[in-house]
Design a binder for this molecule. Structure first.
Ligand code: 2AM
Ligand code: CA
Length: 267
């Protein structure tokens, strides 16, 4: 493999270390599901525990780097130049329900640009990695997006709406609209990071997600671009604060999918 920046090596190391406790925690879920308390609190502590291991590992190498993380928030805010973007468990609801479709997602940002990223599914032992200019990989194999040309033949995935969303109706009707256009029923797999990684390796031809946070898509954006895909935002809404609507495709179906999801806002 030709990915060899110090940052990607650090991310891989942190992922491997954190995944050991994450796999152990996932093994506990089954027991907790039958207990009266349920696994809710346990999952939130697994989230924090995993993130702590990752932060400690990355901080050892660069105590001055900034962090944007799902659990601990922002660390070293004054460092605007070098930042780690971390989601310790993307696909928390899957994790909570004992469903093995979740991942650790870590991106590295330098001078406001994502330079490399890793999405690691510890249960399937699938690591998606990319570094700017050096391609994208799944474990040791180079990956590329699919070459599907028409939206109607495409295999798509999306997510949401989240419980807290104020645009649930829009998200539902968008799902219906796109569903009417495509042959295969649209998937909702529950981990936005893995959805984007799966577009990067050609399992899906495209995906779109509204109201994502930076840590949901930071690593995915570089993995997809390096795999030849098109990663973009749509319907940017300043009132959503830091949340973004994300569209990620093999690039060939991009225009068609974008036209369908954006249209909803103009009506
Ligand atoms: P999470 O598992 O890290 O929360 C589910 O469709 C996807 O949306 C997951 O990647 C999930 O990330 C993300 N997501 C972000 N905010 C969410 C929220 N408030 N509720 C559910 N999923 C959320
Ligand atoms: Ca997430």
């Amino acid at each position: 493999m030709r990915l060899n920046s110090p940052q990607i090596n650090l991310i891989v190391k942190a992922c491997m270390k954190a995944s050991k406790s994450l796999i152990r925690d996932f093994g506990e879920i089954e027991n907790l599901q039958v207990s009266s308390k349920g696994p809710g609190d346990f999952v939130s502590s697994a989230d924090k525990r995993t993130e702590k291991i990752i932060i400690n590992e990355l901080q050892k190498a660069h105590p001055d780097y900034g962090f944007v993380t799902e659990e601990a928030g922002i660390i070293n805010k004054s460092n605007e130049k070098n930042k780690w973007i971390i989601d310790p468990i993307d696909g928390t609801s899957n994790f909570l329900n004992g469903l093995p479709q979740f991942a650790i997602s870590i991106g590295y940002e330098e001078e406001k640009e994502i330079k490399c990223g890793v999405i690691f599914d510890p249960i399937k032992n699938e690591m998606f990695l990319a570094e700017k200019g050096n391609g994208a990989y799944l474990n040791n194999s180079r990956i590329r997006v699919s070459n599907k040309k028409k939206l109607k033949d495409s295999f798509l995935v999306t997510g949401g709406p989240k419980h807290s969303s104020k645009i649930k109706e829009k998200i539902f009707s968008e799902y219906v609209d796109v569903s009417k256009t495509v042959h295969f029923p649209i998937r909702k797999f529950g981990s936005a990071a893995l959805d984007i990684a799966y577009v990067a390796c050609g399992r899906f031809d495209g995906c779109w997600h509204r109201e994502l946070s930076y840590w949901d898509y930071a690593a995915g954006s570089i993995i997809l671009r390096e795999a030849g895909g098109f990663f973009d935002f749509f319907d940017e809404d300043k009132s959503l604060s830091s949340k973004k609507n994300v569209i990620a495709t093999n690039s060939m179906i991009h225009r068609e999918l974008q036209d369908l999801v954006i249209k909803k806002d103009i009506e």
